[in-house]
Each structure stands twice: as structure tokens, then as C-alpha cells.
Design a protein around this ligand. Structure first.
Ligand code: AMP
Length: 189
């Protein structure tokens, strides 16, 4: 894995552990030579992940819609900042740039991005894996809800199993590395 797309809150969140885990992820990425693809913002966990990767010598590729640039929330320190015109274009560009996705805690933007990555994979538009970084159990209810979706007959066990979950940044990267390897061999992780 050379480039990891990180989806995360544009707010820091209520638990300081969210920011701590975001910094940890940035450090582990830089140590392992994995560059960052993200939404190009400077606020909240988004700003923290970009700053940390840059501070530790990694490259940061931001992809941001022009409307958000106009609101001055773009991170001007990115190695490369791609400005796009729509949110759809943004997600397509981020998907094109990355080898895998990880979701840190976040709100509806993060959820939208996570579910689009999953849906597009299910429909065969890309083969990249995705993982929840479960800081202090933040994603437990979502994981439980997805089990309910399986029980309700709307999602197969195999598709459900694609949503990886890890408790630490290093564990998330290990899971995604293995999944990228499987996907390269045409095997679903
Ligand atoms: P949320 O989880 O609702 O805070 O939204 C964060 C996600 O949506 C990020 O991964 C971004 O790609 C996108 N996003 C939402 N708000 C912003 C913002 N102010 N600046 C940049 N990207 C944002």
C-alpha cells in the first residue's frame, strides 16, 4: 500500500482520544512510507492527519471542492491540492489516487464517504479495501447495525465481512495491507 485515503471528522470530536489516534495514524503512515489522500481540509481531525503526515516527512494529497476552498477551509500545506467542482468528483478522484480507505471517527461526511467506498466496491467500480479505525469503540454501534442489516436479509455475510475493523492504526494498516494483497490476486479479502 502506497497511498491511503483517510476519511475523518472535520471536527475534532468530543473525546481527546480521537485526535490522539489521528496523530498515531499519521505517524505510523509516515514511518511505513504510506502517503495520505484526504479531503484537503484544515479543520478538526482532517487538519490533524494532514499536519502529522507532513511533519513526519510524508506526502499529502488533498482533494477539495472549490466551494470549500472559497470558505477558506482548504489546507494550503498539502504536497498537492486538487480542486474539483463537485463532491462526486472529489470522491472519484480520491478513489483513483488511493490503494485503500480507512475511516476514523467522524460525522455524516465520513459516513457518506465510507458507504460510497463500500457500495462502489460492491458494484465493481473499484477493488480497494476499507477499514474502520475503532477508536474507543466509536464504530461499535455501526458494526452492530450492519449485522442487523445482514439479519434482515439486505446484505450478504461475505459483503458484511468486507467492512474491516481495527482498534489501532498499526492494526488497521496491517489488515489493509493484507487485503490489498488479496485484491491484487483477484481474491476478495
Ligand atoms: P464530517 O465527518 O461530517 O465532519 O465530514 C468530514 C468528511 O467530509 C471529510 O472526510 C471530508 O472529505 C468531507 N468534509 C466535510 N466538511 C469538510 C470541510 N469543512 N472541509 C473539507 N472537507 C470536509
Amino acid at each position: 500500500m502506497k497511498r491511503l485515503a483517510v476519511y475523518c471528522g472535520s471536527a475534532p470530536g468530543a473525546d481527546p482520544a480521537f485526535a490522539d489516534a489521528t496523530r498515531d495514524l499519521g505517524v505510523v503512515m509516515a514511518e511505513r512510507g504510506i502517503d495520505l489522500v484526504y479531503g484537503g481540509g484544515k479543520l478538526g481531525l482532517m487538519g490533524i492527519i494532514a499536519d502529522t503526515v507532513l511533519e513526519h516527512g510524508g506526502k499529502v494529497y488533498g482533494v477539495i471542492p472549490d466551494a470549500l476552498v472559497a470558505h477558506e477551509v482548504a489546507h494550503q500545506g498539502c504536497t498537492e491540492l486538487f480542486t474539483v467542482t463537485t463532491m462526486h468528483e472529489r470522491k472519484a478522484k480520491m478513489t483513483e489516487l488511493c490503494d485503500a480507505f480507512v475511516a476514523l471517527p467522524g460525522g455524516i461526511g465520513t459516513l457518506d464517504e465510507l458507504f460510497e467506498a463500500w457500495t462502489w466496491n460492491a458494484l465493481g467500480y473499484h477493488a480497494q479495501p476499507f477499514c474502520l479505525l475503532n477508536v474507543n469503540g466509536f464504530w461499535d454501534e455501526l458494526a452492530g447495525f450492519m449485522d442487523h442489516v445482514v439479519d434482515s436479509g439486505f446484505l450478504s455475510d461475505a459483503r458484511r465481512a468486507q467492512l474491516l475493523k481495527a482498534d489501532s492504526p498499526a492494526a488497521a494498516i496491517d489488515l489493509l495491507d493484507a487485503a490489498v494483497e488479496s485484491a491484487a490476486q483477484g481474491v476478495t479479502w
